[in-house]
Design a protein around this ligand. Sequence first.
Ligand code: R5P
Length: 295
Amino acid sequence: MKPLLFAMPGNEDFTGRLIAALGAEPGSLEMRRFPDGETYVRLASDVDGRSTAFVCTLDRPNDKTLPLLFTAHAARDLGASRVGLVAPYLGYMRQDKRFRPGEAITSSAFGSLLSSSFDWIVTVDPHLHRRTSMSEIYAIPVAVCHAAPKLSAWIREHAPNALVIGPDVESEQWVSTVAADAGVPCVTLEKTRRGDRDVEIKLPDLEAWRSRTPVLVDDIISSGRTMEVAIRHLSELGFSPPICLGIHGLFADDAFERLEAAGASSIVCTNTVSHKATALDVSDIVAKAMSSLVQ
Ligand code: R5P
């Protein structure tokens, strides 16, 4: 029997690509809000004895999570043999430490919540910062896909004269791999975050790279402040307008417009999240990672 793939609201395009790549069957889901704001869920496809997966990217996770958990619960209750989650972007990965007394470690709390509802997860480049592996946070198998080869290929094709710029020392390893695979040089900035939207950046000596096109590469563009501050510094140094290249384009509030106003020449992210930026399709690598889990 073919696996059943359900698109949670807003994930129809990505799910369609996975269904085509895997030869899976689309699941039909009814979901609506009751007048009081509670969620109604109905699986209109028969999941009994079937391997089932839900596709739900988890940016802006607060509104999405409860309906997702109800849907997974319904699938299990109705006899699905396995219940998987495809979350191209997996939220709540950044608060992985108690920085101030009393803070919730939300990456652990979110990890426990999802681990109790699903048999497996597939995601793209989760923000592992102080943790080295997803098994430290999730109690179920988590297959991690890497978008770096897509970024390298994009640079090779669209910016062969790039200078790849990573935002901070933590990003150095993967950003330098992106640059090496694209055959271009790479430098790393020194970033200090003072608040959600307050970022200070120090640039190394970039004199040797003045003729190159700066390509700022980051795993997440959220408030956009990291890239915005970097763009302004580069412009003061007389560089040509930078390209912003991210894996997950969250673009909180007016982040996209602010990057444009700061002088970004183009803004490119993968399709793990829906956004206004140019989208690089990563559904093929997600489908590959899912193939053994969803059978
Ligand atoms: C931080 O560690 C991440 O790699 C990104 O640099 C960060 O999430 C970007 O955030 P923002 O766009 O809000 O500056």
